[in-house]
Design a protein around this ligand. Structure first.
Ligand SMILES: [Zn+2]
Length: 411
C-alpha cells in the first residue's frame, strides 16, 4: 500500500454559495469549476443535484467533463442521506458519478432537529439505505457526511462510520459544523475515528473560532497518521457559511510550508500557480474583496515597508518571506485600459462585439457564427448582471452549446 496522501475537495460551489447574502450565477459556478480543475483539486462539490434550478448547470458541467474540458477533477453532488434525495438526484442528473450523503449525528441535532422523527439507530439505517441506493444508481464514489461530528459522542460516531463503510461508502466526512473544534481535539478524534472505522476521512471545518485552517490540517494529519488518506474541504477565499470554510490557498500553503508537515504528501496535481487567477475571479464573482492581509494572495502578502524588513527582504527574500510570490502565480503587471474601451453587454451590437473578440484573438468562421455567439453573450450578461471577464467570453465562444444550457432554467 502506498503512503496515504492529502487531497482537496473544494466546496465553494456548495457550502460557499450557501453563504448568507452571497450568490454565484451558473456561469460563474462553471468558471470556478474550470479554475479548480486547473488548480488540481481532487473533487469539486459542484452543487445540489436534487435542486431543479441547478439541473441544467450540473448536467452541462458533467458534459464538459465527458468532453475532457473539465477533467480529471471529479464533480461531486451533495444531498441529504435519504433514499428520496438520492432517487431524485439521479433522475435529474443521470450522469452523476460522485456523491456525498449528509445526515446529523450529534445528540443535540438528533434530539432538537429531528425531534423524535429519527433516533440513533434509525439515523444509521437511513444512511445505510441511502448509500445502497446511490450505489444502485451507479455512484462510483460515495462519501458519507456526519453533520455536527465534532459534537457527536465518539462511540456513536465510530459505529456510524463502520456502518457507512459496511454499506459501501468510500469516505466519512467529519463535519465541524459549528467550528467548535481545536487542532488538539480534531487531531485526536479523527485519528481515532480513522483507526477504529478503518477508512479515509474528509475534514470539513468552519471558522467560527478563527481556527479553520489549523483544524483542517490537524484533522488531515490525524487520518494520515492512522494510515488513511485525508480529504480537506476548502473554499476559494475562505467563503462559506457564517465565518467561512477553510481557505483553499492557505490550506495548501500550510501543508507545504508548515513546520512538521514536511512528511505529509499532498496530491501532486495541486498547482499553486493557479492561485492568483482563481482568487481574483472568485472575489469578482462573489463581489467580496480579498483582504489585504490574506495569506498568499492579499495585496500586502509580499509588501515590506519597515526599514529592517525591507532591507532584509531585498538582501535575500528568505530573510522575511516564507514562500515566493511567483509560486502563487503573482508578479505579472495587470493592464487596465485607460483609453477607449468597447465592452460586450446585454444590448451590444455586432460591430462592437466583433471588436471585443478580435482583441481576445478569437476568430469566427462567418457572420452567422458571430451573431450566434453575440446572442449568447447578451444572455450571459443578463445572467451574470455584471460585465463578463475575458475568460467567460472565451468560454462562451469555445462551448456555445454548453453555455446555452447553463443559461437556461425551466421553472
Ligand atoms: Zn459546512
Amino acid at each position: 500500500m502506498s503512503k496515504p496522501k492529502i487531497y482537496l475537495i473544494d466546496v465553494t460551489n456548495r457550502d460557499g454559495v450557501q453563504t448568507s447574502r452571497i450568490c454565484l450565477s451558473k456561469l460563474e459556478k462553471t468558471m470556478i469549476n474550470i479554475y479548480l480543475n486547473e488548480f488540481g483539486v481532487f473533487q469539486s462539490e459542484f452543487g445540489f443535484p436534487f435542486t431543479r434550478h441547478e439541473t441544467n448547470y450540473l448536467n452541462a458541467n458533467l458534459e464538459l467533463a465527458a468532453k475532457g474540458a473539465l477533467s480529471p477533477m471529479r464533480l461531486g453532488g451533495w444531498m441529504r442521506a435519504t433514499q428520496d434525495d438520492v432517487k431524485l438526484s439521479f433522475k435529474l442528473t443521470p450522469a452523476l458519478k460522485h456523491v456525498n450523503l449528509s445526515i446529523s449525528t450529534s445528540d443535540q441535532m438528533i434530539t432538537h432537529k429531528f425531534k423524535g422523527k429519527l433516533d440513533h439507530a434509525s439515523i444509521i439505517k437511513e444512511m445505510a439505505d441511502a448509500v445502497a441506493a446511490a450505489r444502485k444508481h451507479g455512484a462510483e464514489s460515495v462519501g458519507v457526511n456526519a453533520e455536527d461530528a465534532s459534537r457527536t459522542r465518539m462511540e456513536y460516531l465510530i459505529e456510524f462510520a463502520k456502518a457507512a463503510k459496511d454499506a459501501g461508502a468510500d469516505r466519512l466526512r467529519y463535519c465541524d459544523t459549528l467550528g467548535c473544534d481545536t487542532p488538539f481535539s480534531i487531531y485526536e478524534r479523527i485519528r481515532s475515528l480513522a483507526e477504529s472505522a478503518g477508512m479515509p476521512v474528509e475534514v470539513h471545518c468552519h471558522n467560527d473560532l478563527g481556527l479553520v485552517v489549523a483544524n483542517s490540517i490537524a484533522g488531515a494529519k490525524g487520518a494520515v497518521d492512522a494510515g488513511f488518506d485525508a480529504y480537506i474541504n476548502t473554499c476559494v477565499n475562505g467563503m462559506g457559511e457564517r465565518a467561512g470554510n477553510a481557505d483553499l490557498v492557505s490550506v495548501v500553503l500550510a501543508i507545504k510550508y508548515g513546520s512538521g508537515m514536511q512528511g505529509y504528501a499532498l496530491d501532486e496535481r495541486i498547482d499553486l500557480k493557479a492561485s492568483w487567477k482563481i482568487c481574483k475571479y472568485a472575489s469578482y464573482a462573489f463581489g467580496v474583496p480579498i483582504p489585504i492581509n490574506q495569506p498568499g494572495v492579499g495585496s500586502n502578502a509580499f509588501a515590506h515597508e519597515s526599514g529592517i524588513h525591507a532591507d532584509g527582504a531585498l538582501k535575500d527574500r528568505r530573510n522575511y518571506e516564507l514562500y515566493d510570490y511567483e509560486e502563487l502565480g503573482r508578479g505579472e503587471p495587470e493592464i487596465i485600459e485607460t483609453g477607449r474601451k468597447i465592452t460586450a453587454g446585454e444590448y451590444s451590437g455586432i460591430k462592437g462585439f466583433r471588436n471585443v473578440y478580435d482583441k481576445l484573438e478569437v476568430p469566427f468562421q462567418d457572420d452567422k457564427e458571430a451573431t450566434q455567439i453575440l446572442e449568447l453573450v447578451r444572455y450571459a450578461n443578463v445572467h451574470n448582471q455584471k460585465p463578463l471577464v475575458d475568460e467567460e467570453l472565451k468560454f462562451i465562444a469555445a462551448h456555445p452549446e454548453i453555455a446555452r444550457k447553463i443559461f437556461t432554467m425551466e421553472p
